[in-house]
Design a binder for this molecule. Sequence first.
Ligand code: NDP
Length: 301
Amino acid sequence: MAEARIIDGKAFAEKVRAGVAGRVAALAREHGLTPGLAVVLVGENPASQVYVRSKGRASEEAGMRSWTHRLPAATEEAELLALVARLNGDDAVDGILVQLPLPPQISAEAVIEAIDPAKDVDGFHPVNVGRLAATGAGQRSRGLVPCTPLGALMLIKDVRGPSLSGLEAVVVGRSNIVGKPMAHLLLAESCTVTVAHSRTRDLAAVCRRADLLVAAVGRARMIAGDWIRPGATVIDVGINRLEPAEPGGKGRLVGDVDFESARAVAGAITPVPGGVGPMTIACLLHNTVTAACRRRGLAED
Ligand code: NDP
């Protein structure tokens, strides 16, 4: 059997971002509107700082307005809620993203629930979660959809074509950020969806059923080639850093799938890095434009 097609998430994300930039330009031309994204960072988590910087840069590159609010690690929940309330009321702000994780004195749930669902570009607010769960077969959610699973779905459709109807999909992982919304998206596409997790019996056999296998676990190279059905489409969401080979070095990034053994069996597979990762920011921009249009009753595409 031929080796798997390597899904180039970086190139696809560039296309999505170019599409967003085109929509932003059209909104400015036709409606005098520039979508705006506000990102809030509490504390100095180094990974979060990198993410927040790249989100700000990407929104500006797409022609959008962007604001970054940096608050000290000791910020009280009430102060953060006051900022969220201010952003909810600011008409120039179409998207609000509070970077997670938050320091222990702040409840992430309380903050997420305080964001106006119409501006919740992460798609984590219970209203958006509910809208996704209530999406009918063949429909698009009326709410905003979490960026990583939305990006994964775009890659899957690019490989498999627009109809995924009847395919066996297995999602490994049931987090609110990736696994569960991914399962809802695939169900709305009329896949037969199995959600696996740490208590699943004989995970290898469950994975072997999948025409579409989505791994969102956070365990380096857990899914081996012999867990994969020949010809399956494999989407590896995992980002795991291996121990550095030399002291002081930077460990390599790998996914949840053992890429080398999997590529010999799968029909198509995302690499790590360069697969799902770049799609997350592209979908954040996509969601911000969608939010800007929906808030004003404008056509979305
Ligand atoms: P979580 O830790 O929230 O969830 C992990 C899930 O994997 C849980 O449902 C857990 O099951 C399940 N799991 C853990 N161990 C096993 C096992 N041995 N067998 C089967 N299932 C298992 O992680 P996230 O969903 O937030 O993230 C998953 C991965 O995706 C991480 O590597 C993360 O870095 C990456 N990620 C990448 C993004 C991107 O590309 N931009 C964005 C978000 C995440 P249980 O519920 O039973 O504990």
